[in-house]
Ligand binder design. Structure first.
Ligand code: PRT
Ligand code: ZN
Length: 300
């Protein structure tokens, strides 16, 4: 087996909302993984890539300190760590490279239902409980609001009931936690999803080639998720109108149809979801024999 220096280390959340999606994504890139007995590392069996299973809050630091080459973590955590490090005078040494379309949530300010709210000005001279001090302070500063960010590490939503703050700033997904605590979402500070971050330190050529390969596969996996292969028959005269209706496509392949002079077959990859409305519109434009197939792998 290669030494650690030759293997790519990817930091992934150990147990939590991002774990299954992150591992599933890497497995779809062709990586075969075995977990170590202590469950702290997943070894790549068929590629020199290992996953370090850690708390999500540690991921930006591990990538920044160059312990890991890549990390998969929520943008909310990435932004908070970036701002915290900047305020401590040690800027983050990582770059954000891919948005992964899972772990969607938002960081929002919410207040009690009974508190009248008339826009950000209502936050003036209040206390806002949060574990996202960096992002909240940046928001308050850029909106010229004089309010106090009060650090709360967990169960932020109970802070107003305890009389510790007038508002809270926390992660919202479905909104049911806010509702259950009699709170109303007022301002969205950040729309978040899981992202891939990469160390900014230059890698040895061999390692960089491997990182590029895994990123190219990630790109392929992400692209095919929405992509569909469409096959249809079309009158030659309607080709222009039909092309305009195909969402997110490159140049289609046009094939002759045996025994037909005025109709052709059109094959095309659509990089966006194909809805029933699209198919109905294509049919109305003259298309027939429509088939929509999932795409399993794609390499640009
Ligand atoms: O142990 P570790 O530190 O690794 O895990 P963690 O508990 O810090 O993180 P985890 O697993 O809860 O979340 C990991 C990441 O998932 C977060 O950093 C976000 O990027 C993303 N994410 C997506 C969420 C949510 N949705 C979410 N709903 N993170 C937290 N929540 C919590 C939120 O804090 C609040 O308590 O769920 C509650 C609100 O949910 P709703 O659906 O009631 O609005
Ligand atoms: Zn965490």
């Amino acid at each position: 087996m290669e030494t650690t220096e030759q293997r790519i280390q990817i930091a992934v959340q150990k147990t939590g909302r991002l774990t299954d999606h992150s591992i599933d994504l890497l497995e779809r890139c062709g990586l075969k993984l075995t977990r170590s007995k202590d469950q702290l590392i997943c070894y790549g069996e068929n590629m020199p890539i290992d996953l370090l299973l850690v708390r999500d809050d540690d991921i930006p630091g591990l990538v920044s300190e160059d312990v890991c080459d890549l990390g998969i973590v929520g943008l909310n955590v990435v932004e908070e760590k970036r701002l915290t490090r900047e305020s401590e005078g040690r800027p983050a040494q990582f770059k954000r490279i891919y948005e992964l379309d899972f772990g969607h949530c938002r960081l929002s300010i919410a207040g009690p239902e009974e508190t009248p709210y008339e826009g950000p000005g209502s936050l003036e001279n209040t206390r806002i409980a949060t574990s996202y001090i960096g992002i909240l302070n940046q928001y308050l500063k850029s909106n010229d609001i004089d309010a106090e960010a009060v650090f709360f590490s967990g169960a932020v939503e109970i802070a107003p009931k305890l009389g510790r703050a007038e508002y809270i700033c926390d992660i919202v997904s479905t909104g049911s936690t806010l509702k259950a605590n009699g709170l109303v979402e007022q301002e969205v500070l950040l729309d978040s999803e899981a992202v891939v971050i990469q160390t900014q330190k230059p890698l040895a050529a061999e390692k960089q080639a491997l990182v590029d390969k895994i990123l190219q596969r990630l790109d392929g996996v992400l692209q095919v998720r929405e992509s569909k292969y469409i096959m249809l028959h079309a009158p030659k005269a309607a080709l222009g109108a039909i092309r305009d209706l195909l969402p997110g496509t490159e140049a289609p392949t046009i094939l002759a149809l045996d025994g037909s002079d005025d109709k052709v077959a059109v094959h095309v990859v659509c990089r966006e979801n194909v809805f029933w409305e699209t198919l109905e519109n294509l049919k109305a434009a003259g298309a027939s024999s429509l088939l929509v197939l999932p795409v399993e792998k794609m390499l640009a």
